[in-house]
Design a protein around this ligand. Structure first.
Ligand code: 5AD
Ligand code: SF4
Length: 383
């Protein structure tokens, strides 16, 4: 039985060893409501973060390449059926200008993100963009892609062009909950999404995934199973955030009409998920996402204090940002890249951490797994 009296013991055990928490214990942590208990949870996660990944924040300059999307996820503002959205796609020159800016800022890594498209014109454009970025950066930048579900062949093509990390959120590891968030058609099936994560791993990417928390109908047990899912897939990077309604989506309209949206609750569950993920998984990279900042001005800093170690400053030109609204009130739409950079410096300094410039900032977990593999191979060779 897990009761409040067990909290110090559970936290101590989680701090001491990766993977030490059961599903029931994770659900117990995610259900904590009292300020002081949530404080204990976040403090324990923060200690693990300092020990495993240090007191430095790694940056990934985020370029939003375009908001055209073939999918129709019920929660997302750039879903295909949202005809009110102005659609844009960056030109190659704009993408490369973004990459130059990221280099000049010393961010060390970039993320190319967009709605999902699988047409050859698009997949070739990405291959070309990755190649061209590699030409201009001479290997200085880590390149992460976040471009949705693609065939294994396309993932491989992009890997060979020079990308080495991929983010594909599973959104929810529960096939039943996943089905409530997506139309019931062939484009939105759970099984191929899971298979896509496996394909990315086979190819050799550092693989990131994540979920939305605080979804209608989602329980603490569902979220606990999401964390176990990350562990079982041996995920390297995590990007997750609380669900936020968008007024022009079916799910957003339902939530807003019911009046059930509670920003404080969403922030709290988002932070508890970060802390629980850090306590379970120890050496993975965890992003403090913009969705947290949408709920509180200091949301991203609070994410860092709950155990996150990565931030993704937006370098998309200010004119396009407002068109990449996955949810209402996305922060930073009126900032340019310089201002986003300054805002981020202030956030990090405010909590006594420092930004690590000029480093790829690979997931230590990925490195550890590879080191372990090469040690095994070497010892097998010796034998
Ligand atoms: N609230 C929070 N996160 C959202 N995403 C999309 N729509 C929303 C929303 N309304 C997240 C999804 C997706 C990522 C690009 O943004 O998790 O994978
Ligand atoms: Fe498209 Fe991603 Fe939004 Fe779904 S969540 S509609 S795939 S951009």
């Amino acid at each position: 039985m897990t009761g409040a009296g067990c909290l110090p013991e559970i936290l101590a055990r989680a701090e001491a060893r990766r993977g030490a928490l059961t599903e029931a214990e994770l659900a117990f942590l995610l259900r904590l409501e009292r300020e002081n208990e949530i404080g204990m949870l976040c403090d324990a996660a923060y200690r693990v973060k300092l020990r495993e990944v240090g007191k430095t924040v790694h940056l990934r300059g985020l370029i939003e390449l375009g908001n055209r999307c073939v999918k129709n996820c019920l929660y997302c503002g750039i879903r295909r059926d949202n005809t009110r959205e102005n659609r844009f796609t960056l030109t190659m020159d704009e993408v490369l200008a973004g990459a130059e800016q990221i280099l000049a800022f010393g961010y060390g890594s970039l993320v190319l993100q967009a709605g999902e498209r699988t047409d050859v014109r698009w997949t070739d454009f990405i291959t070309e963009a990755v190649r061209k970025i590699r030409e201009l950066d001479h290997g200085a930048l880590g390149i992460t892609l976040s471009l949705g579900e693609q065939s294994e062949e396309i993932y491989r093509q992009w890997f060979e062009a020079g990308a080495h990390r991929y983010l594909l959120r599973i959104e929810s590891s529960s096939p039943e909950l996943y089905a409530t968030l997506h139309p019931a058609d062939v484009l939105h099936r759970f099984a191929p999404r899971l298979e896509a994560l496996r394909a990315l791993r086979r190819i050799g990417y550092q693989v990131g995934t994540g979920v939305m928390s605080g979804l209608p109908g989602q329980t603490a047990e569902d979220l606990a199973r999401d964390l176990i899912f990350f562990r079982d897939l041996d995920i390297d990077m995590i990007g997750m955030g609380p669900y936020l309604p968008h007024h022009a989506t079916p799910l957003g309209q339902k939530v807003l009409a019911e009046g059930s949206f509670d920003p404080a609750r969403q922030l709290s569950i988002g932070l508890k998920m970060i802390a629980a993920a850090r306590l379970l998984l120890h050496d993975v990279n965890i992003a403090s996402t913009t969705a947290l900042q949408a709920l509180a001005p200091d949301g991203r800093e609070r994410g860092l204090l709950a155990g996150a170690n990565v931030m993704m400053p937006n370098v998309t030109a200010a004119g396009y940002r407002a068109n990449y609204q996955l949810y209402d009130n996305k922060p930073g739409c009126d900032e340019n890249a310089e201002e986003s950079r300054a805002a981020l410096e202030r956030s990090v300094a405010a909590i006594g951490e420092t930004v690590e410039y000029g480093a790829w900032g690979d997931s230590p977990h990925f490195r550890h797994r590879h080191d372990a593999k090469s040690v095994t191979t070497q010892s097998q060779e010796v034998r």
